[in-house]
Design a protein around this ligand. Sequence first.
Ligand SMILES: *Cc1c(COP(=O)(O)O)cnc(C)c1O
Length: 385
Amino acid sequence: MDWRTRLLDPAARSRRDYQSLATPVYRGSTVVFDSQAQVSDDWQQAENGYSYGLYGTPTALELAARIAELEGARHSFIVPGGQAAIALVYFAYCTSGSHALVPHSAYGPNKEMAEGMLRGLGIDVEPYDPLIGADIKSLIRPNTALIWCESPGSVTMEIQDLPAIVTAASETGAAVAIDNTWAAGVMLDAFALGVDVSMQALTKYVGGHSDLLLGSVSVRDDRAYEKFGPVYRQLGLAVSPDDCSLALRGLQTMAIRLEHVERNALEIARWLQKQSDIETVLHPALPSCPGHQHWQRDFTGSSGVFSFTFKASVSAAAVERFINELSLFKIGLSWGGVNSLAVVYPDIDRPGKDYGGRLVRLNIGLEAVTDLTADLERALQRIAS
Ligand SMILES: *Cc1c(COP(=O)(O)O)cnc(C)c1O
């Protein structure tokens, strides 16, 4: 055949029996079938074979299987980011006329979606006190389709009484979903506690290096799997195999990264407790964190993200100066990477609580803990003088 044809339909091929420790990056939209009879467009690729790149190449499906294995899930869907995972959960359970519950401490863009897009579609998402526990029963309505939990909460770190919420939900028909990002899907066994869906921003600890965006939605059983699949397909939540490959690599070092940041975050949290300008340290493993007893009961460890508040005697402007004085701690959102980060949250909306621009969240990275405390100490001294 003509060389031009050979470019597209070559006879030359490498051997395909290469056995690497790394998962190959399979790129591809089109899947080639052996016969017309085999053509399919089925999202259930894990069971029924590959049909289209949209539902994941083998690289994405391997990541999905690995996350499902870690979380003890029936299946995990890999999606373009944590926020896409949140959207998938809402759209799998809620239709026009549905009611859903979301804690005040939920990830900001989750609440933003609830109040924006979902309200516009006739889905009523009601915020609740993250420490409500069994009293959530009084908020559940006949049309409550979904109860979100996030434990610990974003920024304010409340740890929820998940078993109590699951029990209340099980008496109705409401599904319970948890944003399990902080615990990296490994330090909290959400399915053992009875939740239906556990989602994560893989962007954080699984990726682990601030260089990718991915999310996962892990479902407990066949019922949830069948419910999520068509929505996942209709939303077209395709992911890049290159990002999945990076996430698979991230998994290989996640245990030692988590161990390191757990130790150093605790050391820094305890050090902060002793500083005269600091009011409270909101670290789940410390009794000063609301819901600490639930962390003790339900979690097997803590990660590297926590918050603290300055005393009322420190002005919001001084807190901002503190952030700017840090040098090793970079100023940035997102977390779970190898660099330590600090950011002040000036506008936290928690009913009955005014943090007055004095709440700072830290992400502890892999730097030496002595250098990190020295950085914090220097910045504290600068604002004191
Ligand atoms: C970052 C984050 C998300 C969103 O993840 P992206 O991948 O950035 O979209 C969701 N939930 C929590 C708790 C997060 O911290």
